[in-house]
Write a new protein. Structure first.
Length: 170
């Protein structure tokens, strides 16, 4: 049954309902212009072990394995009383982009990218694209909203971290 009580497909089956997928599939796109060098912002995003020190909803963050062009990282997220851990494989393209894919966790799918573009003396543009799908109808709708709220704060949190570390000195 579709979780939306006003849905026309409520009785015919939730799997055929497009509203059902709105609850479970989310895409987030955020960007910011920052007065810092691309290298500085790239390093903040790449520094997974530091996430738990500046992302308020990140309880722990660690690198499980790494080589010169990728890493496998685990995050434990706590928000609204829900705690979940997930692991991603992150492909590193220094000062250009970081791509992530789900290895394990409470998602049916999770993928995303961070893009970094220099703007010369103006600083840089950072863009985050994230797409995730949860697996469970009831718990999934709840998890989806919690994770979406957390993901929506990412670009601001990384921008604030840059201010803290570099204080306007690009």
């Amino acid at each position: 049954m579709c979780p939306d009580v006003s849905c026309q497909n409520r009785r015919s089956g939730w799997r055929s309902c497009p509203v059902y997928y709105e609850f479970l599939l989310s895409e987030i796109n955020r960007s910011a212009l920052l007065p810092y060098a691309v290298e500085q912002i790239y390093e903040i995003v790449r520094d997974v072990p530091s996430y738990s020190s500046f992302l308020p909803w990140c309880e722990s963050s660690r690198i499980l394995s790494a080589d010169s062009d990728s890493m496998v990282a685990e995050l434990t997220v706590v928000m609204s009383g829900i705690q979940k851990s997930f692991t991603t494989r992150n492909s590193l393209f220094p000062t250009e982009r970081i791509e992530l894919e789900l290895v394990s966790g409470p998602f049916k799918s999770l993928s995303g990218s961070w893009y970094f573009r220099t703007l010369g003396s103006e600083g840089c543009r950072v863009e985050m694209q994230l797409s995730f799908e949860v697996d469970s109808r009831i718990a999934g709708a709840m998890l989806s909203k919690v994770f979406e709220r957390a993901a929506n704060t990412l670009v601001d949190a990384f921008s604030n971290r840059a201010d803290e570390l570099y204080g306007g000195n690009a």
